[in-house]
Design a binder for this molecule. Structure first.
Ligand SMILES: [Zn+2]
Length: 384
């Protein structure tokens, strides 16, 4: 009897572990990264033949956070190498999400809680990632490098301007690694070198909470750069890293603009004048970033463009082109960033079609859909 009970207990524990380690992460992923159900988008023949000439690029995607094989087409989420290839993508920035607060919102969050710790455990990440944000970023870079090795040339991490200039001429997807918030530095400048050595070339300064570098747009302080933040930005710039101020407080953006001439990116955002959302920076600040050579990636989800439809994304892009100048506008989908979007990466042709219908010219669409980001990265990635 005891033996039977023992077997039942072991069986139940194994079943519970199976659910925790395999079923829960997939469920969380599928529920947070939805494609809004829709009929196939009608695409004109003219749009289809024009789209096939484009090289697409996108400034923000969180696919590496999730427990999926990036090389296989998944039935959940928004992106993987096959779907990006089908969409025509040649360059994708993949970001490392390392800590997010519970009850995530666009108004006020503290850094006291963290959703990523249970996710890291449930997804069977290495034990050192359970307690260290730096280790999480290093693990995410490792994941990408393992995909690169297995991909047979379909996926490549690019870290220099020469890498990208050569890679963009070949088949396959070029990937640049970014941090989503620089809290993986853990307040230690030596970690700039560790992240750089791991392949990170874009330093996103904040995510949803104020961190050691300064205030988040959705934090509690509204503060600018701290002393550590200034030192981290200087150190990243000495290495030629690109600074991303998506999620940074207005004060942080102004402080960064005051301390460096380097062009900034706002990798995934909307425009206040189009969508008055607390997720978006004021237009005058966006204009200043653009006038200083920066690049703004327009997002595909409701928090950025108010309404997650192709029409709203196209209107946001048309507005951004009018406000900032066409050469400063790019795509910043936030695919797989706990967003619901009207398309996945394989359906990018529908956005080309929408932009044509919303009055952008072919040269403008070509620039926004990819060429601006490709040019910006070739100009701004480090030499080595
Ligand atoms: Zn984000």
């Amino acid at each position: 009897m005891l033996r039977v009970l023992g077997i039942i207990v072991v069986f139940l524990l194994a079943a519970a572990a199976g659910i925790f380690f395999f079923v829960v992460p997939a469920r969380v992923d599928a529920s947070l990264n939805r494609v809004i159900p829709h009929d196939p988008y009608p695409i004109s023949e003219a749009s289809a033949s024009f789209h096939s000439t484009l090289r697409l690029a996108d400034l923000h995607d969180d696919a590496l956070l999730w427990d999926r094989d990036f090389l296989k087409r998944a039935s959940r989420g928004h992106t993987d190498a096959p779907r990006l290839a089908e969409g025509g993508y040649r360059l994708q920035v993949l970001a490392a999400v390392t800590k997010t607060p519970k009850n995530l919102n666009y108004d006020k969050n503290t850094g006291d809680t963290d959703n990523i710790t249970p996710l890291a455990i449930a997804q069977r990440w290495p034990v050192q990632t359970w307690t260290s944000l730096a280790e999480r970023a290093l693990h995410i870079a490792d994941k990408l490098k393992r995909y690169e090795v297995r991909s047979g040339g379909r996926v490549r991490l690019v870290t220099t301007r020469a890498d990208l200039a050569a890679g963009i001429e070949k088949n396959g997807l070029n990937v640049i690694l970014a941090t989503e918030g620089a809290h993986p530095l853990e307040g230690d400048l030596a970690n700039v070198d560790r992240l750089y050595a791991a392949g990170y070339r874009i330093l996103g300064l904040q995510h949803f909470f104020d961190n050691e570098l300064g205030g988040s747009l959705h934090g509690v302080s509204g503060a600018g750069l701290t002393e550590f933040g200034r030192a981290a930005v200087s150190s990243a710039r000495e290495r030629g890293m690109i600074i991303d101020v998506a999620h940074s407080s207005e004060a942080v953006v102004r402080d960064v603009l005051a301390m460096t001439d380097a062009p900034l990116i706002v990798s995934h955002t909307g425009l206040r004048g189009h969508c008055d959302s607390p997720r978006n920076l004021p237009d005058d600040l966006m204009k200043e970033i653009a006038d200083r050579g920066g690049l703004i990636g327009v997002g595909f989800w409701d928090g950025a463009v108010c309404d997650a439809t192709l029409t709203s994304i196209a209107n946001a892009i048309v507005y951004a082109v009018g406000l900032l100048g066409v050469e400063h506008v790019a795509l910043g989908s936030d695919f797989d960033g706990a967003t619901s979007t009207p398309l996945d990466a394989s359906e990018a042709i529908a956005l080309t079609d929408a932009l044509l219908r919303h009055g952008l010219g072919e040269e403008e669409i070509k620039a926004v859909m990819g060429e601006n980001a490709i040019r910006f990265m070739i100009e701004n990635l480090p030499d080595e």
